[in-house]
Design a protein around this ligand. Sequence first.
Ligand SMILES: Cc1ncc(COP(=O)(O)O)c(C=O)c1O
Length: 425
Amino acid sequence: MASVAGGTPKARARRAPAVQPFADVRADFPVLQREINGHSLVYLDSAASAQKPRQVIETMERFYSYSYGTVHRGVYELGREATEQFEGARERIASFVGWDPACSIFTRNATEAINLVAYAWGRDNIGAGDEVLITEMEHHSNIVPWQLLCEETGARLRYLSVIDSGELSLDELDEVLAEGRVKLVAVAHVSNVLGTINPVGEIVKRARAAGAVTLVDGAQAVPQMPVDLGAIDADFYAWTGHKALGPATGLLHGRRELLQEMRPFLGGGHMISRVERDHSTWNELPWKFEAGTNAIAEAIGLGAAIDYLARIGMDRVREHERELAAYALERLPEVEGLTLYGPDGADGRGGVVPFTIEGMHPHDIAELCDREAVCVRAGHHCAQPLMRCLGVGATARASFHVYNVREDVDRLVHALGAAREVFEL
Ligand SMILES: Cc1ncc(COP(=O)(O)O)c(C=O)c1O
């Protein structure tokens, strides 16, 4: 049974850093003032969706209150202001990840960004006999669009295996690429379950040398580590704003030549240059892929979230995630019967720690943690093929962001100890 507060006060003081480097940002997150069931809130589910700082909430409120208008159309002041704020957000977001704003497309989320590529690039470039290579650690968003594409085109979907260390094998990648049929490699930058940080720059290099196009799913990477798309050099990179302290909006960054060649994804207003009775011509990038009215306030809100993260500094954010993951990996094994999953140590993983406890279903774990206002996720995490590889139906998962502190991990360990008592384990 885990000790309630993680050892003697002396031992804990030895482990705790002299200063909580991020304690000061907690005041920016109004939700952290809440109490649930008589306990202060501990939010450990940022890999699902992150909480929002007041800077993001206030930016969106200000926009809706005083500058709201639709973009690219209004010849009046409100329309101009909305367009400036919207395109300004795109520029800052693109610069945050080191990519050209004209090749940075706003989507609803990462899922839509990946589907955009599967439809608009995949249907014209993948055919019978070709192979699409993904991995066993993908989120359903980076599996199902490729299943649909392969069903439609007669191509084959293949999976790179996850080896015992929770990582991918580059040797296996080389072997599959050497067979010469892979047309697309799509891989997560950071696994949403195991936390594994994949060597995506190296994967892109090897895939390109074998003539394959690459897509990286950065949904878990951009929120928590420095990401330089120029260095990774993938053909497509998709991510989602709501995990990066912003609202629900996504981004697809693509290589200009490919985006130019591709047919549009959705048709309608805003994405056209000219519409005749029987055909149309397309708007310039990025608007060719932004049919209809954009989620304007969300894009502006994501711009504010990126400004917030940039002010903290992504190197510091990464170090904070690493340090919290390391602390969780150290403390969670104090809970009897607990199994951890993912790479050993915190260096090769993001701020995500999945676990199971013998004799308790992960849903029971999450529900009993909730009694102590500790929010953890339980389930298959939209990664059912990976769950089968791990030999489990589900896991519990704790994940961190800038507002978490070591005491949150202590509270989790305490809640898990109390949960075991309920189960009389
Ligand atoms: C690795 C990964 N890819 C894609 C997604 C999908 O993100 P969204 O639901 O915002 O499209 C998630 C969300 O959990 C994820 O963790």
